[in-house]
Design a protein around this ligand. Structure first.
Ligand code: HEC
Ligand code: HEC
Length: 311
């Protein structure tokens, strides 16, 4: 009897085991295989170009000296313009680059710090701009600088306005590239030609005075031509300037000044005329281009004994 019971229990156990086997009791997952090795690196990209990017062919072909002439009077034939000043209701200073940006490109921060405009009681010309064109190229691509000069969509050329005009209908593409090249390559650092000191408060109108009075800083020039070679400057003067301005620079009255006096009192401007010309005078762009020659000319013309004031 006992044996029978034990056999029955064994059978029940086996039956139960068979049920478990068929309904599941799955085995554990296998272990993942190891990662394959990395693929080989892709080929390097092509090199980028350094800022400000590739030099456009138009820039290479441009003439920075003519660009300087255009900065003064862009409509003249000397500067590659049509020869016709735009019909305009505004004075030329409202569209001459130099009127807003100064001969030195520093706007109202240096030689033009005391130059009045519309908001300082001189209605016939714009206020001098606060931007420094000498530092602009460092932050611009060639095309970026081109676009800043053109300023498409800006104010009308005829408007008596202090802001930068729209030049898209006024300047030729060649002229704009010339100006871009001028701006990047042809400025002469003022400190190579003279020292300038601006003292006093920034310009404003004192409306408590009667009549309203402009208060402006004082500008003092010194060391004109101090870095130049006077003897070489005299030689350059004799061969390049004396035929028109006379042996001692007094043959032309330049707004009440002899040439020597002009250089001593407006050293911020004289170099510009010598380098980029003065339309209508026979002084063609590029008369004196080397900075060392400009320094030498200044050294000679600074000497008031040889180049006196007008009598
Ligand atoms: C009536 C005044 C006026 C005239 C004329 C003018 N500008 Fe400007 N220009 C400005 C002012 C103001 C600014 C700065 C604000 C702006 O962009 O309008 C400026 C901006 C610029 C800038 C960009 C500067 C920067 O760092 O963002 C360039 C470049 C420039 N002018 C070049 C020229 C050239 C070249 C001419 C002549 C073809 C010219 N300007 C004529 C007033 C003038
Ligand atoms: C072909 C003749 C000629 C030659 C050469 C010449 N100039 Fe002039 N220059 C003039 C005339 C004309 C004026 C304007 C006179 C006037 O305003 O009546 C002038 C004006 C100037 C002015 C003043 C510009 C202004 O805006 O008032 C400067 C500065 C000047 N010349 C410098 C020079 C220098 C420096 C040289 C030599 C590198 C030189 N010039 C060679 C004819 C000449």
């Amino acid at each position: 009897m006992k044996m029978k019971l034990m056999r029955l229990a064994g059978l029940l156990y086996l039956a139960c085991f068979a049920v478990v086997m068929t309904t599941g009791c799955s085995g554990a997952d296998g272990i993942n295989g190891t990662d394959g090795t990395d693929g080989t690196d892709g080929a390097d990209g092509t090199n980028g170009t350094d800022f400000p990017g590739p030099v456009p062919a138009e820039y290479t072909a441009a003439d920075g000296i003519l660009g300087g002439a255009a900065y003064s009077k862009w409509w003249t034939t000397d500067a590659g313009g049509s020869g016709t000043q735009p019909t305009t209701t505004a004075e030329a200073d409202f569209y001459r680059c130099k009127a807003c940006h100064a001969w030195d490109g520093k706007g109202n921060a240096a030689s033009y710090a005391n130059r009045t405009g519309q908001s300082t009681l001189t209605a016939s010309r714009p206020d001098v701009a606060w931007v420094n064109l000498r530092s602009t190229p460092a932050n611009q691509t060639y095309q970026g600088l081109f676009d800043l000069v053109v300023h498409a969509g800006a104010r009308d050329i005829d408007a008596r306005d202090n802001t930068h005009p729209d030049y898209s209908l006024e300047l030729t593409t060649d002229q704009v590239w010339n100006i871009v090249k001028f701006t990047r390559e042809e400025w002469v650092a003022p400190s190579l030609l003279y020292d300038i000191e601006v003292t006093g408060p920034a310009m404003y109108v004192d409306r408590s005075a009667t009549p309203d009075t402009v208060v402006a800083p004082t500008i003092t020039y010194s060391n004109v031509g101090a870095l130049g070679d006077e003897a070489n400057g005299q030689t350059l003067y004799t061969s390049l300037c004396a035929t028109c301005h006379g042996a001692d620079g007094t043959a032309h009255d330049l707004g009440g000044r002899s040439l020597g006096q002009f250089v001593r009192e407006k050293p911020n401007e004289a170099w510009f005329k010598a380098k980029f010309g003065e339309a209508g005078t026979g002084m063609t762009p590029g008369l004196v281009t080397a900075t060392s020659d400009l320094q030498d000319l200044y050294a000679a013309l600074a000497n008031a004994a040889n180049f006196p004031d007008l009598p």
